[in-house]
Design a protein around this ligand. Structure first.
Ligand code: BJW
Ligand code: ZN
Length: 248
């Protein structure tokens, strides 16, 4: 059970805030049936990040990497946004100055109706040139019928790759800038369903805190962020966010 006093306190701060920054991780999509990365049923329990989510892995075996991403597209394509995504979409109109940052590549926030989403780790429904030739990201090529279809090619002849950010790669500079600006400038920073282990995203709530924001966390489990958070709401995002919305 989520602490009702903590919910009330957070709702009050959200109502009074002039700018609210929300950052989500895989946990917000868990109740839509999209697997998280870490934890008991997480993807990294079955698959190796080093074999699938690094530029070296793609160079070694692009077909394997594409197969894994297409398998995940299948799961995500069948998933629906849950009550948590829907509440966050409604908060855009309900609160002042809402910025939504997500580490997720699933596009479920947009499908729930959020209009301005900063996708820090890219989008699984787009492909881009592995050589970086400048060709625009390609939506059609990212979606091939059949997991085992060969990796799609760019018009320059190089392979296309999923337009996501792998370990050891830099995040898009413009998106990261916008995320830092939104974190430094908010009155309340809310982290939802992230293990707060992967940088630079994990540093954003700390940036907000140093700049004077109230930091709140919604997560089913303990995280390295919790000791630095002003308010910790333990529970599932799809339960806690509707309870929070009712108090706004
Ligand atoms: C629920 C719930 C429910 C479940 N309700 N909650 C500084 C210090 C140390 C290391 C580094 C550093 N700076 C950079 C690094 C290296 C690295 C890194 O951070 N490594 C750490 C793991 C140690 N970072 C990078 O490489 C980044 N690049 C970079 O920094 O470039 C510059 C540089 C390069 C090299 C060296 C130094 C600097 C890039 C990171 C890219 C991450 N990519 C992935 C894959 C994206 C594509 C794809 O989807 O395939 O992004 S990895 C994976 O982790 C994915 C996620 O976005 C990301 C974060 O995971 P998230 O969302 O937090 O999910 P989980 O599963 O970890 O957690 C789920 C949480 O939900 C849990 O807490 C549950 O309890 C909770 N939960 N159900 C509420 N119902
Ligand atoms: Zn190209």
């Amino acid at each position: 059970m989520t602490d009702p006093d903590a919910l009330d306190r957070l709702a009050g701060r959200l109502r009074a805030a002039r700018a609210v920054t929300i950052m989500t991780g895989a946990g917000i999509s868990a109740e839509s049936g999209v697997p998280t990365f870490r934890g008991a049923d997480g993807l990294w329990g079955t698959f190796s990040a080093a074999d699938l989510a690094t530029p070296e892995a793609f160079a070694r075996d692009p077909a394997l990497v594409w197969q894994w991403y297409r398998w995940r597209q299948g799961i995500i394509g069948r998933a629906q946004p849950n009550a948590g995504h829907l509440v966050l979409a409604r908060l855009e109109a309900r609160l002042r100055g809402v910025a939504l940052i997500t580490q997720n590549v699933d596009g479920l926030h947009q499908r729930a109706g959020s209009s301005q989403v900063i996708e820090l780790h890219g989008n699984i429904w787009l492909a881009r040139c592995s050589r970086g030739c400048g060709a625009a990201p390609d939506a059609a090529a990212a979606i091939q019928p059949g997991e085992a279809a060969p990796p799609p090619a760019c018009r320059c002849g190089a392979l296309l790759r999923p337009a996501v950010v792998w370990f050891g790669e830099s995040l898009d500079e413009d998106r990261l800038d916008r995320a830092f600006t939104a974190s430094r400038g908010c009155d309340v920073f809310l982290a939802v369903g992230t293990s707060s282990l992967v940088y630079p995203a994990a540093g954003l709530p700390l940036v907000a805190r140093r700049a004077g924001a109230l930091v709140a966390e919604i997560n089913v489990d303990d995280t390295p962020l919790a000791p630095h958070a002003d308010i910790v709401l333990r529970g599932r995002a799809a339960n806690v966010l509707p309870a929070l919305e009712q108090r706004l």
